[in-house]
Structures are given as structure tokens and as C-alpha cells.
Design a protein around this ligand. Structure first.
Ligand code: NDP
Ligand code: OXD
Length: 307
């Protein structure tokens, strides 16, 4: 039986090398050189073509090459009853914590503004922005770590999840009824949710109206969380003060997209947290061994919840 890397449009040589180094005897295939589809029992995927997984009759594990799994669930021909796993990794959560803290500190200390003053030759000292309340939408592996770092930086953190949570020094809210309370005082609203039917387009006009006027939005979840036109409108109305976006409905962001030139939108190219190849390979191989030995898989996804 064989493990297939099914990650089109990316150079997967480093992943293949790491897998081979850690498991020299592995029968490793790389899409589109699948060989006999009946050989494939374990597949590592990222943005696979819809329907591609249905051709493997002996598939036992679908492993996401990332923390998110929305790219898997959007396949209408996803084989039923094949377990799906995702990456849960300290380096992913740590990078995201640094990213969110970095964006907030940059905004609060006006560092981008000083760069612009520098270009214009202006010496213009200003006070830092006053707000230090952060609302994290999503208090999972990543949200929890972001909360810990922000608390160490003496921010006041509240968060929102699907089920009740108890995290030290975090005011935790949950469910549709808890959203208003989570948003009410926030100077920064950070989306760290998985993209599911329940969270799609959640960053919309209605949510912006429930935020404090002028609050700053950070989206590092998925592009599908954001209603792009309604953000542009909310920025124009100054209901949202500014936004930093790492993820987009279409990636790469098309060259003619209005976000590129918006003075109050900062863009990063889906780099908030990058997969560490060696650690990812170790996690894939751990589950590969679990599968071979009939043991329980780790970091499985609940298809009912979609994350
Ligand atoms: P987890 O599954 O560990 O956490 C998800 C959190 O979202 C949980 O707290 C969950 O609640 C909450 N949630 C899910 N659905 C709802 C809902 N309907 N209402 C309220 N809360 C909800 O995921 P991770 O923290 O590991 O990752 C989160 C996401 O971050 C990924 O799915 C991915 O989209 C994104 N990501 C982005 C990266 C980037 O570079 N931009 C890199 C890595 C991840 P509960 O705790 O109750 O289950
Ligand atoms: C992920 C991502 O889900 O990179 O890991 O977005």
C-alpha cells in the first residue's frame, strides 16, 4: 500500500524528502503520478481537485496539510466514512500568536504610519492608540495560544467559541447568544475560526455593527469568513477602523482587487502561520503507523461539526 501527496500547485519536494528521511521504506507517490489507484491508502491533501479522492477504493486516511480542513469538505465527491485528520502543532500555534500580537502592536504603536512619515521626511511623535481589549473569535488550539501571548503582553482578552470554555484570564463566551458580549468592548477583533457552514460570511455587516465603532479587524481564519463588500462599506462608514487580512476568498488575491489599494487595509499573503515540514511529516507518519497498526488516529476531525 502507498502514501500519496496530493497537493497540486505547490512544490512538494521538501515534504517528500522529509517523509522519506523519516520513513525510508515508505511507498511514496506524488500526484499526478499515482500508479495504481488501488494502492493508495493514505493521502496528504491541500486544495485537491474535486472528485480526485473518489478514485482511491482502498483509502483509509485523508490528512490535511494544514490546520484547516474546509478545503477537504468542499469536495462534493468526498468519500464517505474515511477519517480526516489535520495538523495540530506547537509551531503553527506559536507563529499565529506572534502574527496576531505583531499586527496589534504595529497598529497600536502606529509603526506603519511612522514609515509613511519617514518617507515624507516628517518628525511627528504621537501617543500609542489607547485600546487594549482583544476579542478572539475561535478559542481552539490556535486561539488559546494567541490568548496566552496577548495576556503576557497585558492585553485584556475575551473570546468566543462554539462550546463553553474556561481559559485562565480570558473572558470566555460561547454560542450565538455569547457573540454580542464577546464583541462589545473589543478594540481588536481577531477571526481564528474554522470555515464551516456555521461560520461562512460571519464577518459581515451585522457583526461589524455589533463591534465598537472604529475597532480594528484581523482575519487569519479563512477568506470565506469575510463579506468583502460589506467590509469596504464598514470601512467607508468608519464602523470598522482598519483591517489586516491574511486570507482571501480567492488566493492569490487578484491584481485588480480593491483591497490592494485600500489605505486602511493591510494584506499578508496567507503567511500568518506556515506548516513546519519536518514536524508535519512526523505527524503524518505517526498517523500512518497508527493506521497500519489498527490504533486510534490523532487529531481527527468531526465531520458533523466540519472542523
Ligand atoms: P480548532 O478546531 O482547534 O479551534 C476552532 C475554534 O473555533 C474552537 O474554539 C471552536 O469552538 C470555534 N468554533 C468553531 N465553530 C464555531 C461556531 N460556529 N461558533 C463559535 N465558535 C466556533 O482550530 P485551530 O485553532 O487549530 O484553527 C482554527 C483555524 O485557523 C483553522 O481552521 C484555519 O482556518 C485557520 N488557520 C489559518 C492559518 C493562516 O496561516 N492564516 C494557519 C492555521 C490555521 P469549540 O472550542 O467549542 O469547538
Ligand atoms: C492552515 C493554513 O490551515 O495554513 O494550516 O491556513
Amino acid at each position: 500500500m502507498a502514501l500519496l501527496i496530493l497537493i497540486p500547485e505547490r512544490d512538494t519536494a521538501a515534504l517528500a524528502k522529509a517523509l522519506k528521511q523519516q520513513a525510508p521504506a515508505l511507498d511514496l507517490r506524488t500526484w499526478p503520478d499515482v500508479g495504481d489507484p488501488a494502492d493508495i491508502d493514505y493521502v496528504i491533501v491541500w486544495n485537491h481537485p474535486a472528485g480526485a479522492l473518489a478514485q482511491f477504493p482502498n483509502l483509509k486516511v485523508i490528512a490535511s496539510f494544514g490546520a484547516g480542513v474546509d478545503h477537504i469538505f468542499r469536495d462534493p465527491d468526498l468519500p464517505a466514512n474515511v477519517p480526516i485528520t489535520r495538523l495540530v502543532d506547537d509551531s503553527l500555534t506559536r507563529q499565529m500568536a506572534e502574527y496576531v500580537a505583531g499586527v496589534i502592536l504595529n497598529h497600536r504603536l502606529r509603526l506603519t504610519e511612522y514609515r509613511e512619515y519617514q518617507a515624507a521626511g516628517h518628525w511627528r511623535p504621537q501617543e500609542p492608540r489607547p485600546g487594549q481589549n482583544v476579542c478572539l473569535l475561535g478559542l481552539g488550539h490556535i486561539g488559546g495560544e494567541v490568548a496566552r501571548l496577548l495576556i503576557r503582553l497585558e492585553y485584556t482578552v475575551c473570546g468566543w467559541s462554539r462550546s463553553p470554555k474556561d481559559l485562565p484570564a480570558v473572558a470566555c463566551h460561547h454560542g450565538p447568544d455569547g457573540l454580542d458580549r464577546a464583541l462589545a468592548d473589543a478594540d481588536y477583533v481577531v477571526c481564528l475560526l474554522p470555515l464551516t457552514g456555521a461560520t461562512e460570511n460571519i464577518l459581515n455587516q451585522d457583526l461589524f455593527r455589533r463591534m465598537k465603532k472604529g475597532a480594528y479587524l484581523i482575519n487569519a481564519g479563512r477568506g470565506g469568513h469575510l463579506n468583502e463588500d460589506e467590509l469596504l462599506d464598514a470601512l467607508y462608514q468608519e464602523q470598522v477602523g482598519g483591517a489586516c487580512l491574511d486570507v482571501f476568498k480567492t488566493e492569490p488575491l487578484p491584481a485588480d482587487h480593491p483591497f490592494w489599494r485600500h489605505p486602511r487595509i493591510a494584506i499578508t499573503p496567507h503567511i500568518a502561520s506556515l506548516t513546519d515540514i519536518d514536524k508535519a511529516a512526523a505527524q503524518f507518519l505517526e498517523n500512518h503507523r497508527n493506521m497500519q497498526n489498527g490504533r486510534a488516529l490523532v487529531n481527527t476531525v468531526d465531520p458533523g461539526k466540519g472542523y
